[in-house]
Design a protein around this ligand. Structure first.
Ligand code: ADP
Ligand code: F6P
Length: 329
């Protein structure tokens, strides 16, 4: 049973990079809010829309049929104005003007930094982790990661087929601004020969070329290297690999291909749970929290903790990658 509360109106926004499953979270916020008699305001285009008062009331109709859609129906943005004191003061003023007792921010760590600033100015804030990069501390799930890795894995499978047919090498660049999780997961699942991530030493071009040639001698007729965006230099690497090995080498930057798309079942369910939890926290009078999933349970931690803790690096996954990709030490 939720305690009697003073919360009457809440806002919800998506911010930063969009992620499949964000719509499920929005839908759950709207349903749970309405179930508890709240007015739910949808803020379009993240902090930019808030600062431009692009705000509208949402009801069941506005979220009908969105659970299966990628992207975010509220749209999203990066908003430089929100980085300034004036922008943050204006944002709180607009929330107050619209009588928002709480604001749910679905986004990544940048969006949470903005939310933390609003919280410091007295706004009731709840964060819901939404980023395909999977790089938020204190949670083992972020909305969008599961769909993104499945999309990237499928792309790698396709590249494998054609690479093997032409006996060529392929470098596949996957997203992950500062984080190699997408690369590790898709490298293991896609049966890659090598994975380069920003968290660990990246092999030199010489080492990569030697690995390509030694695997060729062992009878492999193709070679897939998954390179995390955070490592970068994909084009230069392709050229250097081709020169050093004499083997035709192609690069494929997956980019938005892995960010859009139909959310997986897990995304739809987890994002729905997180959306309802976010509303429940506000109803319980709790604020400055992030809904998380860890050790098999949904719970919440303070935004401050999420933003100061280190993002967990799954060394087990890294060790496994080295074994199954045959990457040596
Ligand atoms: P994500 O939320 O996916 O990490 P960004 O890092 O681009 O995406 O952040 C989204 C938005 O959050 C930024 O465009 C900005 O408006 C806001 N933001 C990011 N960092 C801060 C900060 N330190 N202070 C205030 N707002 C911030
Ligand atoms: O935050 C998710 C992410 O996909 C990062 O991996 C990537 O660096 C970034 O968004 C790119 O986003 P955009 O092209 O929209 O700036």
């Amino acid at each position: 049973m939720l305690a009697e509360n003073k919360v009457k109106t809440i806002g919800v926004m998506t911010s930063g990079g969009d992620a499949p499953g964000m719509n499920a979270a929005i839908r759950a916020v709207v349903y749970e809010g309405i179930r508890h008699g709240l007015k739910v305001l949808g803020i379009r285009r993240g902090y930019s829309g808030l600062l431009q008062e692009d705000i509208r009331e949402m009801d069941e109709k506005s979220v009908a049929d969105i659970i299966r859609l990628g992207g975010t129906i509220l749209e999203t943005s990066r908003c430089p104005e929100m980085m300034t004191d004036e922008g943050q003061a204006k944002a709180v003023e607009i929330c107050r003007k619209h009588q928002m007792d709480g604001l749910i921010v679905i986004g990544g760590d940048g969006s949470f930094r903005g939310a933390q600033k609003l919280s410091a100015r007295g706004m009731g804030i709840i964060g819901v982790p939404g980023t395909i990069d999977g790089d938020i501390a204190c949670t083992d799930y972020t909305i969008g990661f599961d769909t993104a890795v499945n999309a990237a894995m499928e792309a790698i499978d396709r590249i494998h087929d054609t690479g093997a047919s032409h006996e060529c090498c392929s470098i596949v660049e996957v997203m992950g601004r500062h984080n190699g999780s997408i690369a590790l997961w898709t490298g293991i699942a896609g049966g890659a020969e090598m994975v380069c991530i920003p968290e660990r030493k990246v092999p030199t071009v010489n080492e990569i070329a030697e690995d390509v040639l030694s695997k060729r001698r062992q009878g492999r007729n193709d070679y897939i290297l998954v390179n995390a965006e955070g490592v970068g230099h994909t084009q230069e690497l392709r050229q250097a690999m081709e020169e050093d090995t004499g083997i035709h080498t192609r690069q494929t930057v997956l980019g938005f291909l892995q960010r859009g798309g139909v959310p997986t079942c897990k995304e739809r369910v987890f994002a729905s749970v997180m959306g309802t939890k976010a509303v429940d926290l506000l109803l319980e009078g709790r604020t400055n929290r992030v809904v998380v999933h860890r050790d098999g349970r949904f719970s919440d931690v303070s935004i401050d903790e999420v933003l100061t803790q280190e993002v967990y690096f799954a060394d087990d996954l890294y060790q496994c990658m080295k074994a199954v990709c045959g990457q040596g030490n």
